[in-house]
Design a protein around this ligand. Structure first.
Ligand code: NCD
Length: 307
């Protein structure tokens, strides 16, 4: 069997994504049915960059399937600190595990690893580039709570320049019909040109605004993001921009009653805690969907079916 990796949400067709989301929803409904599906299998979680949610979500997903996990959560604890290349590391990991989730600060590193791997490799975030399993989480959350993927206006707000979750999500959403994108950011943190060029080429509608209040009444979905401090070149710019957006009850009063607020987390200041109790705030539910979708992904990449 050919090994299948996940580097980019576009590696799956929309039909394959639908099947994956159906499986994730079935896992949500009947977790017991899947509790032993990965018995005897191991997931290596190789995190060269900090993470709480993604790493633990992968580990929780594998444990929920009856499998086991091994790995490292800091490049300093791996042989990368001795100068080992990701290509060599993955050849070694391939002897220890059946599937690998890899996060790396360098764009393309998981792709390089996949080229040398004999086990499926999942890109768990590569620099400012892509974060496909966060996108699967976002799509599953939208599909499960809105009942559809497509025919909505989505506002993406915050650090659209460095936020890889935003880049991955836009990439994935362009395949669904009637989506209107509104990019809400300060001029310094605008979405990269390669993304707006791609949207223009595909004739997909988008607007760019600076103030959140300006577009709030139009939104069906609001995707908030934090300012990515670790990707800034200087602290001064970060300090100037970090509190540019703070979603609070007053701003939320302008929104539709059924608008959903998503956030990949971690949150810093961009959503005031007073918003957490609002039924439209679904970012903690989104974390739970992240576990179901990673369970579905592990089963799919390992070719395991449960009847
Ligand atoms: C995101 C990431 O790592 O890009 N977090 C996550 O995986 N849920 C978002 C972020 O760090 O801001």
């Amino acid at each position: 069997m050919q090994i299948r990796h996940l580097m980019n949400p576009l590696d799956f067709t929309t039909k394959e994504l639908d099947d994956l989301f159906d499986l994730a929803n079935d896992i949500e409904k009947c977790p017991a049915k899947y509790a032993h599906a990965c018995e005897g299998r191991k997931l290596a979680s190789c995190f060269y960059e900090p993470s709480t949610r993604t790493r633990l979500s992968f580990e929780s997903a594998m444990l929920g399937l009856g499998g086991q996990v091994l790995g490292f959560s800091d490049a300093a604890c791996s042989s990368a600190s001795k100068g080992e290349s990701v290509s060599d590391t993955i050849r070694v990991i391939s002897c220890f595990a059946d599937i690998c989730a890899m996060r790396h600060p360098k764009e393309g590193a998981p792709m390089v690893a996949a080229g040398k791997s004999t086990i499926p490799v999942i890109n768990a975030g590569d620099g400012g580039h892509q974060h496909p399993t966060q996108t699967l989480t976002d799509l599953l959350t939208i599909r499960s709570l809105k009942g559809r993927l497509g025919s909505f206006t989505i506002g993406l707000c915050g650090d659209l320049k460095f936020g890889r979750t935003v880049h991955s999500l836009i990439n994935a959403l362009v395949r669904y019909p009637n989506i209107h994108f509104i990019f809400i950011s300060p001029p310094e943190l605008k979405v990269p040109d390669y993304i707006t060029d791609m949207l223009r080429e595909k004739e997909i509608a988008y607007d760019e605004v600076i103030r959140l209040e300006e577009c709030m009444p139009d939104l069906d979905l609001l995707y908030m993001t934090r300012v990515q401090r670790e990707r800034f070149f200087n602290e001064e710019d970060y300090v100037r921009l970090k509190d540019f957006y703070i979603l609070n009850k007053t701003k939320l009063a302008l929104a539709k009653d059924d608008m959903l607020i998503l956030h990949p987390l971690p949150r810093v200041n961009e959503i005031s805690v007073e918003v957490d109790e609002d039924p439209r705030a679904v970012y903690f539910k989104q974390v739970q969907y992240g576990v179901y979708v990673r369970m579905a992904l592990i089963l799919t990449l390992l070719g395991i079916t449960v009847s």
